[in-house]
Design a binder for this molecule. Structure first.
Ligand code: NAP
Length: 286
């Protein structure tokens, strides 16, 4: 039986992936933090073992890896670093440093904690052919955007993508495949709570600057609320399973979700100035 550990598995995309993989016959270790596993769609599935694991806590992550190792005989076939946090770091000229660091602690350093603890198991795992275990790091399609007032999230995810490329090259010689998954808009707690996210973003801007940022803030929020069709977590998980997990070879990056396929092409084919102009028009920034 193939085995997988998924972080942030009690809600949204993680919940959808646990359900899909357990239905497909995988032994799933579902990492969760605060959201109770009892509310997840997979709760009580015999092939799923919930494991409490805050990825910013190295001791908790080590303990999670030990629990998995004890059950699987010290190996793991797939690791999905899915846990993530949007946060609100404010504007770059005057960021909320504490919040900015929190976003990095989860989206970047948290993933490093998990890799540190789980890579020994992945090295003993089995992928397609003679390959070892595999790793999917979940970043975001927002890394292709210049999205005003969300820099903490996109910069942390961009850092994760770069680290993932390093890991991919470093692990190649050992037969471990690594990839980045950049989701488009999926209907999850992270994407659906617009009012809460907006309020957090707004309050992260220092009061002295709010009058100056008001128009850009409203334009950005309006655009983000109106523009994206959302996949359900189940549909997204089906795509991840068919296009990534079942593939014989991992590509460096997968961009999956509604309306996002053109984003990497735009970055590859257009000069950065044109890309900037496009996002400037999208967000109506002057
Ligand atoms: N939904 C989208 O449109 C979209 C688009 C691009 C990328 N993504 C990425 O997809 C991934 C899944 O997000 P989602 O949309 O499914 O949102 P979500 O439902 O909010 O899931 C995020 C999960 O991460 C967990 N988490 C946060 N901090 C954690 C920590 N320190 N340790 C362990 N788990 C932690 C959360 O647990 P708690 O609930 O307990 O806090 C939650 O279960 C994230 O990496 C996100 O950045 C999502």
């Amino acid at each position: 039986m193939k085995s997988v550990f998924i972080s942030g598995a009690a809600t949204g995309i993680g919940d959808g992936l646990v359900s899909k993989l357990s239905q497909e016959g995988w032994r799933v270790f579902a990492g969760y933090r605060r959201s109770p596993p009892e509310r997840a769609s997979w709760f009580n599935h015999p092939a799923v073992t919930p494991i409490q694991c805050d990825i910013t806590d190295p001791a908790a992550v080590k303990s999670a890896a030990e629990q998995v190792a004890a059950i699987t005989g010290n190996k793991l076939d797939l690791l999905i670093n899915n846990a993530g946090f949007f946060g609100s770091g404010g504007v770059v000229e005057c960021p909320d440093m504490e919040e900015y660091r929190k976003v990095f602690e989860i989206n970047f350093f948290g993933v490093l904690n998990v890799l540190r603890a789980f890579m020994p198991l992945i090295r003993n795992g089995q992928g397609p052919g003679s390959g070892k275990g595999r790793v999917i790091n979940v970043a975001s399609s927002s890394t292709y955007m210049i999205y005003p007032m969300a820099s903490a999230y996109t910069v942390s995810k961009q850092a994760l993508k770069t680290a993932t490329m390093h890991l991919r090259l470093e692990m190649k010689a050992f037969g471990v495949e690594v990839t980045t998954l950049d989701p488009g808009a999926v209907d999850t707690p992270m994407s659906s709570d617009h009012e809460k996210n907006s309020a957090m973003q707004w309050s992260a801007i220092p009061e002295t600057l709010r009058a100056q940022y008001k128009k850009l803030f409203i334009d950005t929020e309006t655009m983000m609320q109106n523009s994206f069709a959302l996949y359900t977590p189940d549909r997204f998980a089906d795509d991840v399973y068919c296009k990534i997990i079942c593939s014989k070879r991992f590509k460096p990056v997968y961009v999956l979700g509604p309306g996002v396929a053109a984003m990497p092409w735009m970055h590859r084919l257009l000069p950065l100035q044109q890309v900037e102009n496009i996002w400037g028009k999208v967000f109506r920034a002057k």
